[in-house]
Design a protein around this ligand. Structure first.
Ligand SMILES: Cc1cc2nc3c(=O)[nH]c(=O)nc-3n(C[C@H](O)[C@H](O)[C@H](O)COP(=O)(O)OP(=O)(O)OC[C@H]3O[C@@H](n4cnc5c(N)ncnc54)[C@H](O)[C@@H]3O)c2cc1C
Ligand code: FES
Length: 604
């Protein structure tokens, strides 16, 4: 591996040294925006918001939209600021009309100020009170400095921000074997053969992909695994293929990758064959947040077999099958419906690995729908979820149910199939007349005891019925659009509309009565600025030689950073240096830390 060290990156303007180049920095950065727009209070959540914003800007080929910005922040929670100032702060990075942020209020015909944000008359304009003090009702759009989108779009970030050195990204990936504390061993095979060999040597080894589930088990539930095998680099588990009978989805495919792939397939194939794909895509929108979807995998979700998994009821109802491979290279296929055996227990032996999922195409007149009810839409676990599919065919001039699958999650240790209801529906014409009987059978199929884990029994029971009712309305409406069924009551139409959350808007109005220079004015609180240096100010500089000593560290802090460092207590400085050392450790250059420490302390 190449040697690497750290340098301070802020305000370093395109200096070239040998084979590396210091990037250009420019203001404002996401963290500065957050401070300026009053988007932090205790600062606990601030690094997370900033990192999410950087990740979006750095990965967007186009400047992000406001919707994308809000989606990317969905996994970040703040318990004190309130989200309006946070969203306001990052709003300037959106592809939008610059004038919202730069224009002064214009004047309407009657002389009243027009707010550049809403286009309506407002009181943004300052007025002078009888005492000569400036007084105004400020809306939030006036509270932060004008910034032009053109200066700070995502492309600019790609080009100019500090990046992980490409030389290190290009380095040859090797199989890994690492030894940890208490004899823990970590393997990273690069081929399926290697994985199967490891699995035959260590049948009880824990496979890991995104670690979003195993990490919780080891961190919070005291689970201990002696041998762990990361399968993130096994290409056979990363298949994403369009096949004749459906989609083949490798078990290690990340949920974010699956989202992109499904969008592409739906666009290419149209809606007829992709009703299942569409249902899974819609469900993924409400699956955790971007950060989790970027790492969590399809196989990790399936094999965890959580009773509240958002995808397992869908795999079951869509008729998906799972391919499983054993250490002797034998592949068997099982239907998703038979895979979940009990609470977090699946039909997978110690010498087996989940290889892939086959998601079948839907046929004409086959409809699939997803459901999830949680306390809030984004980044929350389901109270009840469900996947439902029906196939309607013509028989003797009638359109009847020929095949139906109704599966609920969050109601038992495993996803439950509503078998009696399914049998009742087959062969029948789907109309209002059969709803009462279907509801009665559903109550038998999905019983929730008074003391059922998760509580809220009445509410959850009513959800099982209302999901089915919505599904009935959805299918009836779809058939009606083809002239094959009666229309819906207007009163029921809203039940079939997908929920879409509009972009958040909000303004804060407050009276400004200036007294002297500062009293009565909004001010960025001091700790907001002090929180800034806690963000990494270091970057990687690669060297062509191994284990080379650190000769120098560039201390090119701009004046504002120097001021802030100056204001930091000794403890603050120490924490800041520690954060850099953690970075150094993660670079496998721990042997250099005493030198780095010494150099950093010299920076004035
Ligand atoms: C903040 C947060 C939010 C979440 N939100 C949701 C949500 O909204 N909906 C939801 O359903 N879940 C949610 N989860 C749960 C979790 O993220 C998912 O279950 C995720 O898909 C797990 O994938 P992973 O790759 O991280 O699994 P890992 O933690 O890496 O592995 C999980 C399990 O799967 C096994 N495994 C993985 N791959 C294979 C394989 N190929 N063969 C055999 N076994 C295998 C592992 O051994 C392990 O037991 C959330 C988790 C977190 C931390
Ligand atoms: S949690 Fe305190 S600022 Fe967000």
């Amino acid at each position: 591996m190449l040697g690497s060290t750290l340098f301070f990156g802020r305000n370093a303007h395109n200096h070239s040294r040998g084979n590396w180049k210091l990037p250009t920095w420019f203001a404002p950065s996401p963290e500065e925006r957050l401070a300026e727009a009053h988007g932090s209070q205790c600062g606990f959540c601030t690094p997370g918001f900033v990192m999410s914003m950087y990740a979006l800007l750095r990965s967007s080929k186009q400047p992000p939209t406001k919707e994308q910005i809000e989606d990317s922040l969905a996994g970040n929670l703040c318990r004190c600021t309130g989200y309006r100032p946070i969203i306001d702060a990052f709003g300037v990075f959106a592809k939008t009309d610059d004038s919202l942020y730069t224009a002064s209020p214009s004047e309407s015909a009657n002389g009243k100020a027009i707010c550049p944000s809403t286009g309506k008359p407002c009181l943004c304009r300052n007025e002078t009170d009888v005492n000569g003090n400036e007084s105004s009702l400020l809306s939030s759009v006036k509270t932060y400095l004008p910034s032009s989108y053109n200066e700070i779009d995502g492309n600019a970030y790609n080009e100019k921000e500090l990046i992980f050195p490409p030389e290190l990204q290009l380095r040859k990936i090797m199989p890994l074997r690492l030894n940890g504390f208490n004899g823990v061993r970590w393997y990273r095979p690069l081929k399926l053969d290697q994985l199967l060999q490891l699995k035959s040597c260590y049948p009880e080894a824990k496979l890991i992909i995104g670690n979003s589930e195993v990490g919780v088990e080891t961190e919070f539930k005291n689970a201990q695994y002696g041998v762990m095998i990361s399968v993130t680099h096994v290409p056979e588990l990363h298949t994403l293929k369009v096949e004749e009978d459906g989609l083949r989805i490798g078990s290690a495919v990340r949920l974010a990758q699956l989202q992109d792939f499904l969008k592409k397939v739906i666009a290419e194939r149209g809606s007829l064959q992709t009703s299942s794909c569409q249902a899974i895509l819609r469900q993924l929108k409400w699956f955790a947040g971007t950060q989790i979807r970027n790492v969590a995998s399809v196989g990790g979700n399936i094999c965890t077999a959580s009773p509240i998994s958002d995808l397992n009821p869908l795999w079951m109802s869509t008729g998906a099958t799972f391919q499983i491979i054993d250490v002797n290279n034998n592949v068997r296929t099982t239907v998703a419906k038979d895979f979940f055996l009990g609470y977090r227990k699946v039909d997978l032996k110690d010498d087996e690995v989940l290889l892939s999922v086959i998601l079948p195409w839907t046929r004409p007149f086959e409809y699939v729908k997803e459901f999830k009810q949680a306390h809030r839409r984004q980044d929350d676990i389901a109270l009840v979820n469900a996947g439902m599919r029906v196939h309607i065919t013509e028989a003797e001039g009638n359109w009847i149910v020929s095949d139906v699958s109704i599966v609920y999650g969050g109601v038992a240790a495993v996803p439950l199939t509503a078998g009696k209801t399914e049998s009742f529906l087959v062969g029948k014409k789907l109309d209002y007349g059969l709803l009462d009987e279907a509801f009665n059978l559903l109550k038998e199929d999905i019983p929730l005891a008074e003391n059922a884990p998760g509580g809220m029994v009445e509410f959850r029971s009513s959800l099982t019925l209302s999901f089915f009712f919505k599904f009935f309305l959805y299918v009836t409406h779809e058939m009606n659009t083809k002239g094959l069924s009666e229309g819906l009551d207007v009163a029921n139409m809203s039940a079939i509309q997908s929920y879409t959350r509009p972009v958040t808007t909000g303004t804060q109005g407050y009276e400004l009565v200036r007294q002297g220079t500062a009293v009565g004015q909004p001010m960025v609180h001091l700790s907001a600025m002090l929180q800034l240096p806690n963000f990494p100010l270091g970057s990687l500089v690669s060297s062509s030689q191994k284990m080379c000593p650190v000769l120098t560290i560039l201390g090119q802090l701009d004046s504002s950073k120097k001021r802030i460092l100056g204001q930091l207590s000794m403890m603050g400085r120490f924490l800041h240096l520690m954060s850099l050392l953690v970075l150094a450790r993660s670079l496998e250059s721990l042997w250099q830390t005493p030198m780095i420490m010494q150099k950093l302390l010299q920076i004035k």
